[in-house]
Design a binder for this molecule. Sequence first.
Ligand SMILES: O=C(Nc1cccnc1)c1ccc2c(c1)ncn2CC1CCN(C(=O)c2ccccc2)CC1
Length: 491
Amino acid sequence: MEDFNIILGTDSYKVTHYKQYPPNTTTVFSYFECRGGKLNGAVDGDVKFTEVVFFGIQYILQKYFTGQVVTREKIQEAKEVYKLHFGQDIFNEQGWEHILEKHDGRLPVRVRAVAEGTVVPVGNVLFTVENTDPECFWLTNWVETLLVQTWYPITVATNSRKQKEFLAVYLAETAGNLDGLESKLHDFGYRGVSSQESASIGGAAHLISFEGTDTVAGIRFARKYYGCSMAGFSIPASEHSNITAWGQQQERAAFKFILEAFPKLPVSIVSDSYDIINACERIWGEDLRSVVEARSSDAPLIIRPDSGDPVIMVIKVLNILGEKFGTTINQRGFKVLPPYVRVIQGDGIGTHTLVKVLRAMWRERWSVENLAFGAGGAILQRVNRDILNCSFKCSFVEIDGHGMNVFKNPVTDPGKASKRGRLSLHRSADGLLYTEQEGRGDPNTDLLQTVFENGKLLKTFTFAEVRSRSQIPAERLEQLKQAEEERVWAI
Ligand SMILES: O=C(Nc1cccnc1)c1ccc2c(c1)ncn2CC1CCN(C(=O)c2ccccc2)CC1
């Protein structure tokens, strides 16, 4: 990563921390966890997160940590910047010179992490960092700033997987199988994220649980960093300009033209430019009805409403289409439109509204086979570090050759208490993951693996492995089904 200078890749206050640790400190050992807790489910509404998908450290390590990341030029640049930034010489020039001379510019740190894609209950250690050169005790927490940015891929991956749980429960309940589950939540979010890099990272994080995306950057990311040649798919779809360019009087002509432009593929046509109800009743349901009925089941028309309350619009559109094209009743007793016509709701969808639409469809006896969702900002942008309470804390130091377990335990917030000593992650006999503290863990069963050491990426995972590790277990779906039964289906 040429135009990145890790010596300038940290919070300003960390530049002064080498002067603040106790004299003769030789080791700083820190860890990262997602505490979950107080802001739980803040993505929207009453969705709760009790476990997280670990994802994304591989990218950060590969892009910003591997190889010779310290050079004389970068030290010089940092020296100038910090002299101006602090107004005096407090930059640890000797410390970085030491890394350049003794380690050939490679970072003398060890990062141990749980395998990417692992689903870990909140409150467990996810990765640890320690210095491998006693003179570089100050480096461990220097790199916190960059490594804690894993909060973003972890949160996006976790939130998309949570939506997949709800979709799976309602698809199983209303269709009797999980066919098409992976294409039920399509990423529309490319334009709504803050940067190209966020689109890449977040786009890929969504694709751990789904295979539908319009965020092309996520495809490229998965190819480049996780060895996946094609992580997601899309289809021909219209935007408003393709309809409005024909003028309001020609909406029907536009619809017909676009349908006929793609005879052998599913085609999605946004239908709310003027009046979605008229579009469904008159244009799709009468004027173009035979054109729609001529579509094959693997090249359906997919009607896209794009305004109005999502819950109301989905039910209204399904009811009109059911009237016009007829429905069958599936083995679960739910209504299904003919296979040549489907609906995608891509407006106003976040975890909370997706659940509300699913619950409304259940109440109106519509099978989830009929619908897919698109989501943008809610998938990639409406997330922050507080949702899973991701944090990095020191838990062990060595001073004058003596090891010491350290921690914080604020009387003002017990939820912020940190773990103590050297940490490891283990799986109990009944399959649950738990953290051993104070160095008590058996190294032979530690699920944390050394993924980075002294400038080298030692362990990487493919996107296929990440996807396989984050599968949703059947018992989790059973649990969520029970909860929905009590909360919604019983009423
Ligand atoms: O409008 C779209 N993209 C977009 C991008 C950026 C901003 N706004 C919209 C867009 C992109 C992909 C779309 C789409 C619409 N409509 C369908 N797809 C992709 C998938 C096609 C395959 N799928 C179906 O056939 C299907 C649809 C509904 C029920 C059951 C199955 C599931 C959806």
